[in-house]
Design a protein around this ligand. Sequence first.
Ligand code: KIV
Length: 271
Amino acid sequence: MSVHKEIKRITTNTIQEMKQKGEKITMLTAYDYSMATIVDEGGVDVILVGDSASNVMAGHETTLPITLDQMIYHAASVVRAVKHALVVVDLPFGSYQGNSKEALNSAIRIMKESGAHAVKLEGGAEVRESIERIITAGIPVMGHLGLTPQSIYKFGTYTVRAKEEAEAGRLKSDVLILQEAGCFAIVLEKIPAKLAAEVSNSLKIPTIGIGAGQQCDGQVLVINDMIGLTKGFKPRFLRQYLNLFEEINRAVQSYVKDVKSKSFPNEKEQY
Ligand code: KIV
């Protein structure tokens, strides 16, 4: 039987056991109670309350504006729904980059006020001290390397990272630093599949890829993109399983038509 089915509640240990047994890890984002209920019942291993909420929930162009209070609100809504998955919450931009004490305080707020099980933060060597301090307080940390959207204004574009040797070399050194610092897993976003494979094979902890090829130990997608709620967003790495934008749009049009034509509500739909 797979580790995923044996275990009632997924923990960071389960995730690491999956890597050892060669069982792929599934991760999806969720930001609210209703969606988290569906995603959890669907059997996903990890639910990420991503700071992509800034884009898909609040309509911002980047992940930078979302605040710690807003992340806690989303995370607490998700935690209330989840019975099986491990819930990981992004530390938002500006809540951990200052110094390790600030990082620890932000992580503690997330854990205390939302009931989540772990935090995620972006970066390599530069956030090592913060990761160590958070883990010392008993809070599991997931790393995030490659395309790190909180640094979008440094990169200038959302294109594939680490194609050049120098950046690939930095990434290889950063994954080892994150593993040594105690991260239980690392997200690899938008890097060449060959590099992701090499890095995944070199680590004891699992990698979870988005646009990083099939050799990662697990995969993650933003739920709104995966079910086709995000209009016009279709990068190469995205497999879209539904087109909910079109389906919901059709339902709304039918509702408008029914109310205007006085066919809704009918005799049976009233008291
Ligand atoms: O915020 C997010 O949704 C993420 C995933 C893309 C990994 O960080």
